[in-house]
Design a protein around this ligand. Structure first.
Ligand code: PAF
Length: 280
């Protein structure tokens, strides 16, 4: 696996691959890779001849006061596991090369960014869409793979790609969990031992809601109430950022469960903001 840091180098490498008629799959990451990321790399491997992984903690998607400076990092581990998972190229640019001093262009999908995470992180998806567009322009992949844990992120990226006619196919990788059900996330590293032992209750709460729906419950407000009470009882130190019952494509709230409904949650446990979701 080749590790490249310069935009011109990765552009030249991808250009050469296209001349050789090789298809390219992109897996964008912010590093500190876990099994969830590796499953995306393995999925990418099935989708194209060459897998390019990017490792870049994108400052534009963090607001002042968020965890940009504390974001966990383990380069040696990332190189090892990325290679083992089958990546061919790893691109890790410097922040200064991705965002010049005069950077003034942003890509936004405001109608969809205002829901869910966008309520408390209003500039987050502007940063995500901008960096993902830049990576698409630099690498020009045939396919790009994103995890479905960040459901809102992949939904916005799909819309952006469609609206801007970006010639890339977006593939979703299933959410990967720890054995006790906690959704894998680099931010799980922030949890203390006690918080980590209680965090799987987020998944348990979602499974409880699934059971209620299967037993006939249709009301989003009743489900919200059940979720809030379950979390208050089982993770006393948690604060719920949101628990939203939405249409999975539009992300608009629904009052009653329909055929296709997503429950998405963000729960703050200590320093970690934990996302999870369930498609009903
Ligand atoms: O999901 C992430 O890790 C990031 O939001 C992404 C897609 C790599 C963009 O920085």
């Amino acid at each position: 696996m080749q590790i490249l840091t310069k935009i011109t180098e990765i552009q030249a490498a991808c250009k050469q691959l296209r001349i050789e008629n090789k298809s390219i799959a992109l897996v964008p990451t912010m590093g500190f890779l876990h099994e969830g990321h590796l499953s995306l790399i393995r999925l990418a491997k099935k989708e194209a001849d060459i897998v390019v992984v990017t490792r870049f903690v994108n400052p534009a998607q963090f607001a002042p006061g968020e965890d940009l400076d504390a974001y966990p990092n383990d380069a040696e581990h990332d190189y090892k596991v990325t290679k083992e998972a089958g990546a061919d190229l790893l691109f890790e640019p410097l922040s200064s090369s991705m965002y010049g001093e005069n950077h003034a262009t942003w890509v936004e999908v405001p109608e969809m960014a205002k829901f869910l995470c966008g309520k408390t992180r209003p500039t987050h998806f502007r940063g995500v869409c901008t960096v993902v567009t830049k990576l698409f322009n630099i690498i020009a992949p045939d396919v790009a793979v994103f995890g479905e844990k960040d459901w809102q992120q992949i939904t916005l990226i799909r819309r952006m790609v469609q609206d801007l006619n970006i010639p890339v196919r977006i593939v979703g990788g299933a959410l990967i969990r720890e054995d006790d059900g906690l959704a894998m996330s680099s931010r799980n590293a922030y949890l203390t031992k006690e918080e980590r032992s209680l965090a799987p209750h987020i998944r348990k709460a979602l499974l409880l809601l699934d059971e209620k729906v299967k037993a006939g419950e249709k009301s989003a407000s009743v489900l919200t109430d059940i979720f809030q009470k379950y979390i208050a009882k089982n993770i006393p130190m948690a604060s719920i950022d949101y628990m939203s019952v939405v249409h999975p494509d539009s992300l608009e709230s629904v009052e009653n469960i329909e055929d296709k409904t997503l429950i998405a949650v963000a729960v703050n446990v200590g320093k970690a903001r934990l996302l999870d979701n369930i498609l009903l």
